[in-house]
Design a protein around this ligand. Structure first.
Ligand code: T1G
Length: 692
C-alpha cells in the first residue's frame, strides 16, 4: 500500500504530511496512519511538537466519498481527532488548498491553526445531505460562536483565509511559507498547557442574531433535512457536555448518511465528475482557446460574454450596428454592476474583466477568434444566413458553435466548410450564473471539438453535459413532456395553483405555471402558432395558452397570465379557473380531484419516460447526465438526485405501470419507452446503466 502519511522532523517538531492523492481524503489508511503517528509522538523524547499538513494541491477534502454508505472501518475520524486534541505535545494544523469537512475538523482538534493566503476552509457536508460527523458541530461553535458556526455548517460555504482570521477560525494566515510558519508556531507552544476546544464553553449567542440565523437556515433549507438538523446540533453545543453533543452528532451523521436525500446528492456529486469522462474522447487533446467571438449581444449573448470574461478569456462581441452594440455593452455593464452591488466582485475586477472585451460591428474581425458562438435570433433562416457569411470569413480551424435551444444543427453544419468543427453550446439564462451547459454533438462534430468544448465547460466552471441532436436536446425535450403533462391534468380536474403547489412541495423553486408567467406566455404562443401546421391532430393538445394570450394575458409582464399579479404578489384568478374548468368540461373527460402525490407522480413519469427514450436513442450517454441537466438547468430538487435517480428509488416497475396508464389516457404522443419495459423485465435500474 502506498505511504499515505509522510513523517519527517525539523528539530523538535515532527511533521505529519498527509499524502493521499488526488485530494488527501481521510480514508481508513490515512486515519490509521495519523492516529498511530500522533500516538507514537507522545513517547518520543525528540518530539516536542507536531505539525499536520497536506501534500499536493490540498490539505484534505475530508471524508472519502467512495467509502460512504459502506460499513465504517476503524479508527473512526472522531476518535483520531479526539486523540489529536488530547496530545500532551502541541499540535498545529497547516491548511492549504481546501480544508474541507473532516479536514476542517482535524484542524479543530488541533491546538492552533494556520492557513495559507490562498487557502479555503469549510464544512461542506450539507451539500452531500450530511453534517460534520467528527466533532465539527460541537467544536466550531465553541471556537467561533454559535451564529457564525451555524452559518458555515448549514450553508456549507467555503471561507477564505482573511475571513477565517476574522472569524477566529484560524490563529494566523501564513505570510510566505506555510510550512515554515507552522513549524515556528508549533515551537512557540512547546512546554505550554494546550487548550482543548472540547473543554471550552460555547460563547452565548446574541438572541436576535441567533434567531435571525435560524430563520435564514430554515428558509433556505426548502425541504432539505441536513441544514435543519444543524440548528439542533449547534444549539446543543450551548447546553450539553461535549461528549453528549458529539454522540448525538455521530448518530445524526449516520442517519443522514442513510437518507434518500444524501444518496441523491452523493449521486449528483459523482455524476458531475463522471459527465466529462467520455471513453470515446480518452487521449484526445483539446485545442487551445483564448479568443472567443460572440455574435449577438442580446440577453443570451451578453450573458455568455460575461461567462467567458469571468473565466479569463478574451471576448469579441459582435453586433449588427452601433446602436445594438451599445445596448449590448450596457447589458454587460449592468451585469457587472449587479455583481459589484452584491459584493461578488470589486471595481478593479470589473475593469480587469472589461479590458478583455472587444466590441465590434465588423464581422471580419472574428477571423482572429479560436471559437465563435452565435447567439442571434432563434430562427433557422437567420442562422443559416449567418453561417454562410462565417463560412467565407473564418479560417477552417475556427470552432463554430450555435447557442440554439431547439433548432436542428445539421443544416447549419451543412453551410460550413468544416462541419467537424461545428457544435452546439446551449447556455441557460442568465448564462453567467446558470451552472448547466449542454454541449450538442452534431453528426459530424469531431472528437477534438467535443473535447475542447468539455475543457471550455470546465474552465467556465459549468456542469457540461453532452447531448445529441433532437428537438429541444435533453433538457427542453423533457421539459416539453413535463409541461404537457401538467396541462393534461388541467383537463381532468386540477387547477394551475394545485399543480404549482404540488410541484413546489416536491421541491421545485417555482411551479410550472408560475414559471410560464415569469418567462412570458407569448413565447409559447408564438411557438404553438409556428408549429400549428405540423402538429399531429391525433396528439393530445391543450389550447389553454392560446385562450389566455388572446385575452392579452402574457404573464407577469402583463400583470396577468395563469395568475393575476398585484404589486408583485401572485394570486389565483377566478376568471382563469373558470376558463380552465369550462375547457376541461368541453373535453368530455371525467373530472376529479388530484392529490399532490398523484400530480408529482404524473410529472415524474412523463419526465422519466422521455428520459428513457433519450437514452435509448443515444441522445444522452448516461441516466446520470439527464439528472445533471434537470437539476442544474430546470430546478429539479438536487436532494432528489434528479428524475432518473428518483425513479430508481420509487421502483421502475411502478414508473412503468404509471407510464402505461399515461399511454392509455394520453394516446399518441405518450408512448411507453421500450427501455423502461426492458429494464423492468431484466430487474435492472438506471443506476446499472450508469455503471453503478
Ligand atoms: N473523497 C473522495 N474523492 C474525492 C473527494 C472526497 N471527499 N473529493 C474529491 N474527490 C475526488 C473527485 O471525485 C475527483 O476524482 C478528484 O477528487 C478531484 O475532484 C466526518 C466524513 C475538494 C473542492 O464534501 O468539494 O468529511 O474524478 O474534480 O474541482 O465530517 O472535490 O479525478 O477521479 O472535484 O479541484 C466533505 C468534496 C466530506 C468535499 C476539489 N468533503 N469535494 O475540487 O476537483 S464529508 C466534501 C470537493 C466528511 C466528516 C465527513 C471538491 C474539491 P476524479 P474535483 P476540484
Amino acid at each position: 500500500m502506498a505511504e499515505v502519511l509522510r513523517i519527517s522532523r525539523e528539530g523538535e517538531v515532527t511533521i505529519l504530511e498527509i499524502d493521499n492523492p488526488p485530494v488527501n481524503a481521510t480514508s481508513q489508511a490515512v486515519r490509521r496512519a495519523l492516529i498511530d503517528a500522533v500516538q507514537r509522538a507522545q513517547s518520543e523524547i525528540e518530539t516536542k511538537a507536531i505539525v499536520i499538513c497536506g501534500a499536493g494541491r490540498t490539505f484534505t477534502a475530508g471524508g472519502d466519498i467512495t467509502e460512504f454508505g459502506k460499513p465504517p472501518r476503524e479508527p473512526h475520524l472522531p476518535d483520531v481527532i479526539n486523540r489529536i486534541e488530547e496530545s500532551a505535545k502541541p499540535v498545529v494544523v497547516a491548511w492549504h488548498g481546501t480544508a474541507l469537512g473532516g479536514g476542517c475538523e482535524i484542524g479543530l482538534g488541533a491546538h492552533k491553526r494556520i492557513i495559507a493566503k490562498e487557502g479555503l476552509v469549510g464544512l461542506p457536508e450539507v451539500k452531500l445531505g450530511l453534517l460534520p460527523g467528527a466533532g465539527g458541530t460541537q467544536r466550531l461553535p465553541r471556537l467561533i460562536g454559535p451564529v457564525a458556526a451555524l452559518d458555515l455548517i448549514a450553508s456549507g460555504r467555503m471561507v477564505s483565509a482573511p475571513e477565517a482570521l476574522r472569524l477566529g477560525l484560524v490563529d494566523a494566515v501564513a505570510e510566505k511559507d506555510l510550512r515554515r510558519e507552522a513549524i515556528a508556531l508549533a515551537r512557540g507552544l512547546i512546554g505550554q498547557m494546550q487548550p482543548r476546544l472540547s473543554l471550552r464553553a460555547t460563547p452565548a449567542a446574541e438572541p436576535e442574531a441567533w434567531q435571525a440565523m435560524v430563520e435564514k437556515v430554515n428558509r433556505e433549507a426548502r425541504g432539505r433535512i441536513a441544514p435543519q438538523r444543524a440548528i439542533e446540533l449547534v444549539s446543543q453545543s450551548l447546553t450539553l457536555p461535549f461528549a453528549t453533543g458529539q454522540a448525538n452528532e455521530r448518530r445524526a451523521f449516520f442517519e443522514l448518511m442513510n437518507s434518500e436525500q444524501s444518496r441523491g446528492l452523493r449521486h449528483l456529486f459523482l455524476a458531475e465528475r463522471e459527465a466529462g469522462k467520455r471513453p470515446e474522447l480518452a487521449g484526445i487533446t483539446p485545442r487551445e482557446v483564448k479568443q472567443v467571438g460572440i455574435i449577438g449581444a442580446g440577453t443570451m449573448g451578453s450573458g455568455i460574454a460575461v461567462a467567458f470574461l469571468d473565466a479569463g478569456y478574451k471576448v469579441m462581441l459582435l453586433e449588427a450596428d452601433d446602436v445594438a452594440l451599445q445596448a449590448g455593452l450596457d447589458r454587460v455593464n449592468g451585469l457587472y454592476l449587479r455583481s459589484i452591488r452584491s459584493g461578488r466582485i470589486d471595481e478593479n475586477t470589473r475593469l480587469e474583466r472589461l479590458s478583455n472585451l472587444a466590441p465590434t460591428t465588423e464581422m471580419g474581425r472574428l477571423a482572429a477568434c479560436d471559437l465563435v458562438i452565435e447567439a442571434v435570433f432563434e430562427d433557422m433562416g437567420v442562422k443559416l444566413e449567418l453561417m454562410k457569411k462565417l463560412a467565407g470569413l473564418l479560417p477552417s480551424s475556427t470552432l463554430v458553435a450555435t447557442n440554439t435551444s431547439y433548432l436542428d444543427l445539421e443544416p447549419m453544419a451543412d453551410a460550413l466548410p468544416a462541419p467537424e468543427r461545428f457544435l452546439g453550446l446551449h447556455f441557460f439564462s442568465p448564462a453567467h450564473v446558470m451552472k448547466l451547459l449542454e454541449i450538442v454533438r452534431a453528426r459530424r462534430t469531431s472528437p477534438e471539438a467535443l473535447a475542447t468544448a468539455l475543457a471550455i465547460g470546465r474552465k467556465l466552471k459549468k456542469i457540461a453535459v453532452i447531448s445529441g441532436v433532437c428537438e429541444g436536446f435533453i433538457g427542453n425535450r423533457i421539459l416539453a413532456k413535463f409541461r404537457a403533462q401538467c396541462e393534461f391534468m388541467l383537463e381532468e380536474g386540477a387547477l394551475p395553483r394545485e399543480i404549482d403547489a404540488a410541484m413546489e412541495a416536491f421541491g421545485l423553486a417555482m411551479g410550472p405555471f408560475a414559471v410560464q408567467d415569469l418567462a412570458g406566455l407569448d413565447i409559447a404562443w408564438a411557438r404553438r402558432k409556428r408549429l400549428a401546421g405540423t402538429r399531429d391532430p391525433a396528439e393530445r393538445d391543450v389550447p389553454l395558452v392560446d385562450r389566455l394570450c388572446e385575452e392579452g394575458r402574457f404573464g407577469q409582464k402583463a400583470g396577468k397570465g395563469w395568475y393575476v399579479y398585484d404589486q408583485g404578489r401572485r394570486l389565483a384568478d377566478p376568471h382563469v379557473e373558470a376558463l380552465v374548468r369550462a375547457h376541461a368540461a368541453s373535453t368530455g373527460r371525467p373530472q376529479r380531484a388530484f392529490s399532490a402525490q398523484e400530480i408529482q407522480n404524473r410529472v415524474v413519469t412523463a419526465m422519466v419516460n422521455e428520459g428513457a427514450k433519450i437514452l435509448a436513442e443515444g441522445i444522452a450517454a448516461r441516466p446520470a447526465d439527464i439528472d445533471l441537466v434537470l437539476v442544474n438547468g430546470y430546478g429539479f430538487p438536487n436532494w432528489r438526485g434528479g428524475p432518473m435517480h428518483y425513479a430508481d428509488g420509487l421502483g421502475l416497475a411502478q414508473i412503468l405501470a404509471m407510464a402505461k396508464s399515461a399511454e392509455a389516457r394520453d394516446g399518441r404522443g405518450f408512448e411507453v419507452a421500450g427501455l423502461l419495459a426492458e429494464l423492468v423485465a431484466g430487474q435492472r435500474n438506471f443506476a446499472a446503466l450508469n455503471g453503478g
